[in-house]
Design a protein around this ligand. Structure first.
Ligand SMILES: NC(=O)c1ccc[n+]([C@@H]2O[C@H](COP(=O)([O-])OP(=O)(O)OC[C@H]3O[C@@H](n4cnc5c(N)ncnc54)[C@H](OP(=O)(O)O)[C@@H]3O)[C@@H](O)[C@H]2O)c1
Length: 340
């Protein structure tokens, strides 16, 4: 493994990935759009190819001579379900198919999501062998990307990684979790009983998991494109500790030096109504928002916990720092970069 094509390098996770890939001594080439912010990537020494997941010709140019493709580009928000499917489903299909057409195809690592798998039963983290039951349009689109990649698994090595909530410096989407705690000491918690649990991973640890998956991960079997789950070649990359969503507020507050955090119970119906209102405003303004009806549906669906046992056992993965330390780093990043 020498040269890596990274998609989504201008995004939050991609920014961390590009740095970690370079730290591993790899040549990093980034596929970015003409409108993407390339400044940080150029500072990190990555080479740039301008293109788009919908433009197969640009993808063919971008994959020339690379040993590995890490596909981290994706749509986390959109005005319509079709738009999300176009990027996460068809975009992945375009990229994997041009890779498969090469005489010696690269290893293909897809950054999917726990949303493709769906929610866990109380007290039982979801595992790779569980059947996928996405509960949101976003989850359906990420699952469509997984199926598209698996459909080519007889022609190139494919590995799928599924992160849960990813956090870290530079995350705009996740900032809404930190900001109310910083400003008002308030942590809104979906549901009335404060019982929902979540798994998390810091973006730098996720990037290390992705490097392991590229280097020595098992590969997906093509027949699994027709099944409800992957028998191999798919990994949840998560911190082993999962926490109650309400407790997450306490941990973030502690990292900010706040001892008292008010956990604001927010009934599911209220969350759904606010998500619906936000979706309407997004349509009126023509600008997609992260918190939407679809996100509200996810947030109220249940426990978003997964087991990292497979990646720990097969690839020796472990986060480099504790969840508490990673939250501290993230708070420090937001503070030092004047985001608060
Ligand atoms: N953040 C999380 O908590 C989380 C959790 C699980 C999985 N994931 C997955 O991780 C991946 C990265 O997420 P993120 O949080 O880093 O999102 P992000 O900050 O919104 O970044 C998305 C990236 O995808 C690029 N992109 C979007 N549409 C594209 C297209 N048509 N062609 C080429 N590039 C395109 C964006 O380019 P521009 O800069 O030009 O917009 C950007 O670089 C996504 O696939 C997401 O589904 C994220």
């Amino acid at each position: 493994m020498n040269t890596v094509l990274l998609t989504g390098g201008s995004g939050f996770i991609g920014g961390h990935l590009s740095r970690v890939l370079a730290e591993h001594g790899l040549n990093v080439r980034c596929l970015v759009r003409s409108t993407s912010d390339k400044e940080e990537l150029e500072k990190q020494g990555a080479s740039i190819v301008v293109g788009d997941l919908s433009d197969r010709e640009s993808l063919t140019r971008a994959i020339k001579g690379v040993d590995v493709v890490v596909h981290a580009a994706g749509a986390m928000k959109s005005l319509t379900h079709q738009e999300m499917m176009r990027v996460n489903g068809e975009g992945t299909s375009n990229l994997v198919s041009v890779c498969a057409n090469r005489t010696s195809p690269p290893v293909f690592v897809l950054v999917s999501s726990i949303a493709a798998a769906g929610v866990a039963m109380p007290g039982r983290p979801i595992r790779e062998k569980d059947d996928c039951k996405p509960v949101s349009k976003y989850g359906l689109s990420k699952r469509a990307g997984e199926i598209a990649a698996a459909a080519f698994a007889d022609r190139l090595p494919v590995t799928v990684v599924r992160p849960p909530i990813v956090f870290g410096g530079g995350d705009q989407h996740g900032f809404h979790l930190f900001q109310p705690i910083w400003r008002f000491g308030i942590h809104p918690v979906p549901g009335m009983r404060h019982r929902r649990h979540v798994s998390l991973i810091h973006a730098a640890d996720l990037a290390e998991g992705i490097v392991l998956a590229a280097e020595k991960g098992a590969r997906v079997i093509k027949d699994d494109a027709e099944r409800e789950h992957f028998q191999q070649g798919c990994y949840f990359v998560s911190d082993p500790q999962h926490v109650r969503y309400s407790q997450l507020g306490t941990l973030i507050g502690r990292a900010m030096g706040r001892r008292l955090i008010f956990k604001l119970p927010s009934p599911d119906l209220v969350i759904i109504a606010l998500g619906g209102a936000n979706s309407c405003l997004a349509r009126l303004s023509g600008r997609a928002r992260v918190f939407s009806f679809d996100k509200a549906r996810e947030g109220t669906a249940g426990h978003w916990i997964c087991s990292p046992e497979r990646i720990q056992q097969e690839l020796g993965f472990a986060p480099k720092a504790s969840l508490e330390d990673r939250l501290q780093e993230t708070v420090d990043w937001y503070r030092n970069n004047n985001w608060f």
